[in-house]
Design a protein. Structure first.
Length: 246
């Protein structure tokens, strides 16, 4: 009996030791697996970090040509502002209505000329992107006010154009003050501005009692309507663009 009891005790001890060994082996395996997972995660983060660093290192540098000032398009924009003074002097100083009309037409044509030259000669600049629309608004506002004061167009039409320009100008200043990204000019806005810059000189040219002047005035009234539509369409189209720029 004593030998059987001893044998059973030895067997229990052996089973207990085997179970402990198996449990320790499983714990060791789990520990090794966790360490391997941690190592793989660390490697992945390192690779991602290296990838981000490489991506930042390979970002193309900003084109230094954008910082140029004295380019042909910028000179044209500045010249357009100078022509405004010539127009005002011809209209109110020397009372040369037709000459003033020609100067204002040439001033409006340079609006599209400077943009074409900038793209054609690869002279698009940061200054030009601001100077061009600013010159457009100054030329348009000066022309509209002068022609309305001369009596060639009614003040309600001038008020529509000037009110739209005032709202857009205030919005542009507010966006700039808030640090928003600059919004590129829409083609529909350029088309509206070009149409208005063409129609108002025609109103001035038609401000006479000749028969042809009456016909020209009627045609100009027909043309100014789509120009106004384009202009106000662009103003509303800038609203979602301004929200995304903030």
């Amino acid at each position: 009996m004593g030998s059987e009891t001893a044998a059973e005790g030895a067997a229990d001890t052996a089973r207990t030791a085997s179970a402990r060994t198996a449990s320790a082996g499983r714990d060791t395996a789990r520990t090794n697996t966790a360490r391997a997972d941690t190592a793989r995660a660390g490697t992945a983060r390192t690779d991602a970090g290296n990838g981000d660093t490489a991506s930042r290192d390979t970002d193309p540098p900003e084109d230094p040509r954008l910082d140029r000032v004295w380019t042909v398009p910028n000179v044209l924009s500045v010249g357009r502002l100078g022509l405004v003074g010539v127009f005002l002097w011809l209209l109110f100083g020397s009372h040369e209505r037709i000459a003033a009309t020609v100067v204002l037409m040439v001033t409006g044509m340079t609006d599209f000329l400077d943009g074409y030259v900038a793209r054609r000669l690869h002279q698009v600049t940061t200054l030009g992107k601001v100077l061009d629309p600013t010159a457009d608004r100054i030329v348009l506002a000066a022309g509209v006010i002068a022609i309305a004061a001369y009596g060639a167009v009614p003040w309600w039409l001038a008020g529509l154009v000037l009110g739209r320009e005032l709202v857009v100008s205030v919005a542009v200043l507010a966006l700039a003050a808030s640090g928003a990204r600059r919004i590129d000019v829409l083609w529909v806005g350029k088309a509206g501005t070009f149409g208005l810059m063409g129609c108002f000189p025609l109103f001035l040219l038609a401000d006479t009692h000749a028969t042809w002047a009456r016909d020209l005035r009627d045609v100009t009234w027909v043309l100014v309507v789509p120009a106004l539509v384009f202009s106000f369409t662009a103003a509303f189209a800038y609203i979602p663009l301004a929200r995304r720029a903030l």
